[in-house]
Ligand binder design. Structure first.
Ligand code: ADP
Ligand code: G6P
Length: 469
């Protein structure tokens, strides 16, 4: 008899410890998406709590339950954090899967640590899973876990969802451990991606690297458990749109939005950027484009201001330090070139902001600027749209985000084309109220219809239907 139990396995738990605030929500789209759908399911979440071994005894103990979710921590040593998390996950897989916008570094020691850490996650998941449970494994840090679970617990229904892009096979083929990664993923009954492009890339890799013969959205595999069929599909992730809309209507949030506008300067258009400080997010591109439109006079410095929020991320990794330097140099340069005393044209915050403050920013802004060089989905774009109850404002959105597959009423841009980004910024700022409304209605219809509940229900229904045979 199969159990209804649901276990989520992700590199990160939904909480991490901050020296000042204690335990708080972890950063990033994976956690933002999963927390609202798991709250009332009695699910167990297995993951790392963000601390290296030696800090574990410090401070207040981790809570056992967060927002109704039971949490089980997988402890990582300092060395595992360096080799598995900073090393293989974020120094090899992250840049490779984002189309090599930074150069991936392949180190055997790091892959070995990744494999060992994946074994630890799989062991904990197996220990915590009742007979016949559904285990939903998430993201690029844990691609070997489905195969390990298949080998040790063939009674489980295993799903895998990749939150980031899957690259074209021409790039994926670089990976020295490409076969192990594909076989790890194919241990799942269902392998889910953000877009049809990612699913196609994965199927092409199974064909070219493993010699399999995928057909439609399925691929047949032979392994220790015999002959199985793996379902490979896109399940574009959404947000809890109603929750964002409700926060955006809260009187305190509205008052804060008004205050932000006053602080920026009445009459000025507010352009907003909100990202983890990551080299994939194209923050430099938008700063360059903004600086140029002001210098050329297509927009006047008196009429527009940009607010860029950049959440610190993966700060021990060189590429992340480099992108921080680049962004901060550009903020200084644009202000130096066109700002006047007491009125910067770019406001820059390098810190996390709490949810209500973030929503107040979404409400206060006129245009959200989202220009990643590659992004699995980009939830920030959807959150902004959900907060625009007045059907006003504009969204400038990179073509190379998963979100662009659904939000084609945005001003879609190629982020490598600075002139195209400049034209989109000017068009979005100058749009008539009618044009804003036309676009925003279409965007809102998509965001509210394809919300995170629908995403989770569709994925889990597909997993329930998959029999592996
Ligand atoms: P990624 O998953 O690469 O970080 P997404 O745009 O998909 O990118 O998701 C980012 C998530 O992090 C969103 O839910 C967003 O609300 C949240 N977030 C982004 N910036 C901040 C910030 N400064 N403070 C708090 N949360 C943030
Ligand atoms: C993205 C990834 C997540 C990751 C998050 C934050 O959303 O898809 O797996 O958790 O970024 O990154 P971090 O390295 O801090 O966990």
């Amino acid at each position: 008899m199969d159990s209804d139990a649901l276990l989520v396995v992700a590199n990160r738990l939904p909480v991490e410890r901050d020296d000042v605030d204690g335990w708080r929500l972890s950063p990033g789209g994976l956690v933002s998406a999963l927390v609202p759908v798991l709250g009332d399911t009695a699910a167990t979440w297995i993951g790392w709590n963000g601390m290296a071994g030696e800090d574990l005894g410090l401070g207040e103990a981790m809570p056992e339950v967060f927002d109704g979710i039971r949490m089980v921590a997988v402890p990582l040593t300092k060395e595992e954090v360096e080799l598995h998390y900073e090393g293989f996950s974020n120094g090899a897989i992250w840049p490779l899967y984002h189309d090599c916008v930074a150069t991936p570094a392949y180190h055997r020691l790091e892959y070995d640590a990744y494999a060992r850490t994946n074994e630890q996650f799989a062991l904990t998941a197996a220990q915590e899973s009742p007979q016949g449970a559904r285990v939903w494994v998430h993201d690029y840090q844990l691609q070997l876990v489905p195969g390990l679970l298949r080998a040790s617990r063939s009674d489980l229904q295993v799903g895998f969802f990749l939150h980031i892009p899957f690259p074209p096979v021409e790039l994926f083929a670089q990976l020295p451990w490409r076969e192990q990664i594909l076989r790890g993923l194919l241990g799942a009954d269902v392998v889910g991606f953000q877009t049809s492009r990612d699913a196609r890339n994965f199927l092409a890799a199974t064909e070219s690297v493993l010699g399999l013969r995928p057909g439609g959205d399925r691929v047949d595999v032979e392994d220790g458990s015999g002959h199985r069929t793996v379902i490979v599909q896109d399940f574009p992730i959404g947000i809890d749109a109603e929750a964002f809309a409700a926060r955006a209507a809260d009187p305190l949030v509205l008052a804060r939005a008004k205050q932000i506008r006053e602080e920026i300067g009445a009459g000025s258009h507010l352009l907003l950027g909100v990202d983890r400080l990551d080299y994939t997010k194209g923050i430099a591109v938008r700063l360059r484009a903004f600086g140029e439109v002001l210098q050329e006079g297509s927009l006047e410095a008196a009429d527009v201001t940009m607010l860029q929020v950049a959440v610190p991320s993966r700060q021990n990794i060189d590429e992340y330090q480099r992108v921080r330097d680049e962004v901060e140099l550009l903020v200084g340069r644009v202000n130096g070139d066109v700002a006047s005393v007491g009125k910067p044209v770019v406001h820059y915050l390098h810190r996390p902001v709490d949810r209500d403050e973030l929503v107040a920013m979404y409400v206060a802004a006129d245009v959200l600027v989202v220009t990643p060089l590659r992004d699995g989905m980009n939830l920030v774009a959807k959150e902004f749209v959900a907060c625009r109850a007045g059907e006003d404002g504009g969204l400038v959105l990179s073509e190379f985000t998963g979100a662009a597959h659904q939000l084609d009423a945005a001003y879609l841009v190629n982020p490598y084309d600075v002139d195209a980004v400049k034209r989109a910024l000017v068009a979005a700022v100058r749009a008539t109220p009618e044009e804003e409304q036309r676009r925003m209605r279409l965007l809102r219809a998509s965001v509210f219809e394809n919300d995170v509940t629908r995403w989770a229900e569709t994925f889990l229904a597909t997993l329930d239907r998959a029999d592996g045979a």
